[in-house]
Every structure is written in structure tokens, then in C-alpha cells.
Design a protein. Structure first.
Length: 389
């Protein structure tokens, strides 16, 4: 009987990596005449690759203390489904992708069943909640990290860790031309395009998009705006985004697009909510401004616990402030306008940022011949006895 591989991801970026991982595992298994059963938590992309979704990723994608509290009944219900699935049929190996609030609890359950646990995309323990390192030491067999400074952090604390490179750094360069992108999205080639990436979760979009659109209202009217929509948003959430645009974006030319990387590649500059999209923007080389806002209570608690000098991952990787950060009270429309207007014309601010982004791109490249996802697939299969036959 083929082994069961449990893979779990709970938000847009992790779900994307999860889909790539399922595909890579299937390819490696097929090359040796083998197969596997894939179950876990994921979204449409993971399901399309063959994962049986016990729980849908979009039903668990909440963030922040007060936000999680509001959704606790649903979270416990869905988490119960995951526990029941692994108890009934313990998998041969489990890969947990990011999403620490759920995955630490899941790792404990898997460990109690004797299931090897591989964690891909480290929780940001180096920034806050360092006490959770004890959970990693106890329940995680291998930590696979995507930022170079994370490997020594874990190894110094006795955790088996490996820097596998960043999956986004392995993606091929954009091939779609500006003309083709314009035609597909009804854009005016004569105008400048600005990317607006308010986040992948419904709550993030609700908190960020109105302010971002107010900034757009104050910018030059010879602009068009691109809003990529995360595939983890359900139809009702997409309708809510449309309503926000209608309410706060009157008079603006705004296009919803499916490909965030293409939007970043062709945009002159972008406003990006803190998260994986900032890494995408850095790798593409698109000058951008980072924004973020959470509830006052979540921010007050986080401010006491977070011990890093920057919020944006691009700045943490660079070790200095490369891109502007407009966080919480600094996240205002006029501040966005000021920063974006510096990045639109050719000149020192724009060229300096693009040079630094290129340096960051080099730091995130693959450390071995395999790409990040292929390396994760290889390590995952190494934990299954049949792969050693």
C-alpha cells in the first residue's frame, strides 16, 4: 500500500508552496515507480495537485490575537477534523508549512503518534515568542528554512535545520510582455501602473485597502492600479473587496488581476502589505512601500514581544532599512503618497532601492543544485522507509 504524506498549509503563500511540493513529490515518486496518498489542509491549488483536503485553508486563515479569538469555535472545529484524520490513519510523514498558531498544536499530535514532522518555512521565533523554541526542539524532526540567517539561529539551539533557499527565488523570470499583460487586463499602455497588494486574508484587505485607496486618490490621475486577488479568497470575500473598491476608489482605474508576480513585474512601484508579497516584490525588483495595521490590542502586545529592528522581511534580510515601513499609526494615506512619489521618477531614491533589492535577490538564491521545493521533497521522502530501498 502506498504511504500517506500529510501536508498542511493555511494561507495563500504557504498554500502555493504546498501545491508545488505535492507536484514535486509526485514527480520524484513516479520516477522510481512509486506513488503516495496526499492528505491534509490546503486550498484549491493543493487540491488540484491531488491533495485530499480534510480542512480548507481558507477556513483557517485568520491572524492576530483578537482576530483569532473571534473565530475560535470554527478553528477548534476544523482543527478537530485534522486530529481525527491523522489518528484514524497516521501518515508516514508530515510536512507543516508555516502557520504556527495551528501547526505547533498539530506537531504535538503528530509527534505523539510517532509521525516524523518536517516543518517548512520557519515561524518567526527569532523575532518573537522565542520560548516556542522548546516546542521545535521537542516536536519537529527537521526545520527547513527559507532565509539564510535562520539556519544558524536554530542550529545554535540544537535544532536540525537547513537553509533550502526561497521558493520564490526559483521561479522563472516573467515572460508575459507589457503589451500582453495590458491586453489581458484591459490596461492603458500609455499610463503608469501601480500595484496595490493589501494582503491575502480578508481581514488584512478590510483593514488596509481603504487607506491605500485614499492614497491613490491623492496621486496623479494618469495612473492605473493593479490589485492581485489571492486564490484563497472565496467568492463572498472577493465580493467584499469589490465593494471596498467601489466605496473608496471612486474615479480610479482599478483592475483585479490573478498573477501577483506579473503585476509586480510590470508595475512602476507598489504598496505592499507586510508578508510574503514583500519578498515577491523584492525578488522581482519592484520598488515598493510596506504597510501594515492590526487591532490596537494585537499591536500593543506585539510591540512588547517583537525584538527585531525592522518589520519588512526585505529590510531584515538586508540588515538595514531598504524599503519604507508604514506600520500602524504611520500607515496614513499622505505618508503613502509621499513615499510612492519618490519612487516613480528615475533618480537616486528609485535606483538606490532597486540596487539593494538586487542584492537581496542574491542572498535568497538556492544554496544547492536543487531548488527549494525539490530539496524539501527530497528530505520528505528520505524520512519514509521505502525511499531508502
Amino acid at each position: 500500500m502506498p504511504p500517506t504524506i500529510f501536508i498542511s498549509a493555511g494561507e495563500a503563500s504557504g498554500e502555493h508552496y504546498g501545491a508545488l511540493l505535492v507536484a514535486a513529490l509526485k514527480e520524484r515518486l513516479a520516477a522510481s515507480g512509486q506513488s503516495a496518498i496526499f492528505i491534509g489542509m490546503g486550498g484549491e491549488r493543493m487540491a488540484a495537485e491531488g491533495l485530499k483536503c480534510v480542512v480548507r485553508a481558507e477556513d483557517m486563515a485568520v491572524m492576530g490575537l483578537t482576530e483569532v479569538v473571534r473565530h475560535l469555535p470554527r478553528i477548534y472545529r476544523e482543527f478537530g477534523k485534522l486530529k481525527q484524520a491523522i489518528r484514524q490513519h497516521p501518515p508516514s510523514v508530515a510536512v507543516l508549512i508555516d502557520f504556527p498558531e495551528i501547526h505547533f498544536r498539530l506537531a504535538k499530535e503528530l509527534h505523539s503518534l510517532g509521525v516524523p514532522v518536517v516543518w517548512f518555512v520557519s515561524p518567526q521565533l527569532w523575532a518573537w515568542k522565542k520560548r516556542r523554541i522548546k516546542l521545535v526542539q521537542k516536536y519537529i524532526d527537521k526545520m527547513l528554512v527559507i532565509f539564510p540567517f535562520e539556519e544558524p539561529f536554530y542550529r545554535e539551539r540544537g535544532v536540525e535545520a537547513e537553509f533550502v533557499g526561497h521558493p520564490l527565488a526559483d521561479l522563472p523570470a516573467q515572460s508575459i510582455s507589457r503589451e500582453q499583460f495590458a491586453a489581458e487586463n484591459e490596461l492603458d499602455l500609455a499610463k503608469t501602473w501601480i500595484g496595490l497588494l493589501p494582503g491575502s486574508r480578508a481581514r488584512e484587505i478590510r483593514d488596509h485597502l481603504p487607506t491605500i485607496l485614499r492614497a491613490a486618490q491623492a496621486l496623479s490621475h494618469n495612473l492605473e492600479y493593479l490589485i492581485p486577488l489571492a486564490p484563497t479568497l472565496n467568492p463572498a470575500q472577493r465580493e467584499q473587496v469589490q465593494q471596498l473598491v467601489e466605496k473608496h476608489g471612486e474615479g480610479l482605474t482599478i483592475r483585479f488581476v490573478d498573477d501577483a508576480r506579473a503585476a509586480l513585474f510590470h508595475a512602476r512601484a507598489s504598496v505592499v502589505a507586510s508578508g510574503t508579497a514583500t519578498v515577491e516584490a523584492a525578488l522581482v525588483g519592484n520598488p515598493f512601500v510596506v504597510v501594515y495595521r492590526v487591532s490596537p490590542l494585537t499591536y500593543a502586545i506585539a510591540k512588547q514581544m517583537v525584538k527585531v529592528p525592522h518589520v519588512a522581511m526585505a529590510n531584515l534580510i538586508a540588515g538595514k532599512r531598504v524599503v519604507p515601513e508604514l506600520i500602524q499609526s504611520d500607515f496614513k494615506a499622505d505618508n503613502i503618497v509621499q513615499e510612492i512619489e519618490r519612487l516613480l521618477p528615475d533618480g537616486t531614491p528609485r535606483q538606490s532601492m532597486m540596487k539593494e533589492l538586487a542584492r537581496i535577490r542574491g542572498l535568497l538564491g538556492k544554496p544547492s543544485q536543487d531548488g527549494a521545493i525539490d530539496r524539501v521533497a527530497a528530505i520528505t521522502l528520505e524520512t519514509i522507509p521505502f525511499s531508502q530501498d
